[in-house]
Design a binder for this molecule. Structure first.
Ligand code: C2E
Ligand code: CA
Ligand code: CA
Ligand code: CA
Length: 278
């Protein structure tokens, strides 16, 4: 009877039910959201730790659905990956990112790059390389101004195919960043096999800076390791001055986080760069 009860409980778990309903709702509205222009791209600046100058932005998608309200990317990207809607959506993100960085360059801020989140589902598409190349060509941007952010999940699937594509893009001048480093796999041996320029240290490690010395040394170690491998190090989710000062001491290259700025809509991002120019 106990087991039966347990089984019933599992089946009727209301939060589980809500989860499925929510997912279905998101999925049904996702498909039309692109044609209905419901997505927006926000831009979060990254700063050089030595001089506090903006070196680039990360583009982050926002979805404000008239029916469902604001849905954070953590809630819909996974669904978009599962049903492959991420293919047209990712293409849109790439194009909007190119359009943005073109505007920044036209304002005379030439050293600025744009980092674009790329899903492994996108990379696995046959025409992924062409889509990326077409986007920069259409906007007349040099590939060196585009950084493709990938996560460690690329290590899980079709490793060889993915490495080949990334290598090809890197040879054309695109930059590649490993995002959320330390979150998943963190297979240190893979780090050398991946054709990357940049290591983005996950926020969870930045948060450790405020913790006890022993935990903090994990963060130090990642920065030192990345530097040894000749990578540019970006600290993500920096929220306090203490964290910033600490990262400075350890020769981390760039920081991104609320301490400097939240992700901004286009017009505000252009304004902040104008202010930072001087
Ligand atoms: P991510 O790529 O790791 O992006 C960093 C996330 O941390 C962003 O959340 C950003 O707003 C947030 N963040 C930045 N600084 C701080 C800080 O100081 N404190 C805190 N608490 N958070 C900070 P967001 O925009 O909600 O995006 C969540 C995730 O959704 C991203 O994580 C990325 O994995 C995914 N995502 C967002 N836009 C895209 C996209 O265009 N394409 C793909 N494939 N994924 C995207
Ligand atoms: Ca990212
Ligand atoms: Ca990240
Ligand atoms: Ca993340």
């Amino acid at each position: 009877a106990k087991m039966q009860g347990k089984g019933k409980y599992l089946f009727y778990n209301p939060s589980m039910h809500e989860g499925i309903i929510e997912r279905l709702k998101i999925e049904s509205h996702l498909q039309n959201a692109l044609t209905k222009n419901e997505f927006m791209l926000y831009f979060q600046p990254q700063y050089d730790l030595r001089n506090s100058k903006i070196t680039g932005f990360e583009s982050l998608i926002r979805w404000n659905s008239p029916e469902l309200g604001f849905i954070p990317p953590d809630k819909f990207i996974k669904i978009a990956e599962d049903n492959h809607f991420i293919i047209p959506l990712g293409k849109w993100v790439l194009e909007k990112s190119c359009e943005f960085i073109k505007k920044v360059h036209e304002m005379g801020y030439k050293d600025c790059i744009i980092s674009v989140n790329i899903s492994v589902v996108q990379i696995l598409e046959d025409d992924f390389t062409d889509i990326v190349v077409d986007a920069v060509k259409n906007y007349g941007i040099d590939p060196s101004y585009i950084e493709l952010e990938i996560t460690e999940s690329v290590l899980m699937e079709s490793f060889e195919i993915i490495i080949n594509k990334l290598n090809k893009l890197k040879n054309m001048g695109f930059k590649i960043a490993l995002d959320d480093f330390g979150q998943g796999y963190s297979s240190l041996s893979y780090l050398q096999a991946l054709p990357i320029n940049t290591l983005k240290i996950d926020k969870s490690f930045i948060d450790l800076i405020d913790a006890k010395k022993r935990k903090r040394s994990i963060t130090d170690y990642i920065v030192i390791l990345g530097r040894r491998l000749g990578l540019s190090i970006v600290a993500e989710g920096v929220e306090t001055q203490e964290q910033m000062n600490y990262l400075k001491k350890f020769k981390c290259n760039k920081i991104q986080g609320y301490y400097f700025s939240k992700p901004l809509p286009l017009e505000e991002a252009l304004k902040i760069i104008d202010k930072n120019k001087g």
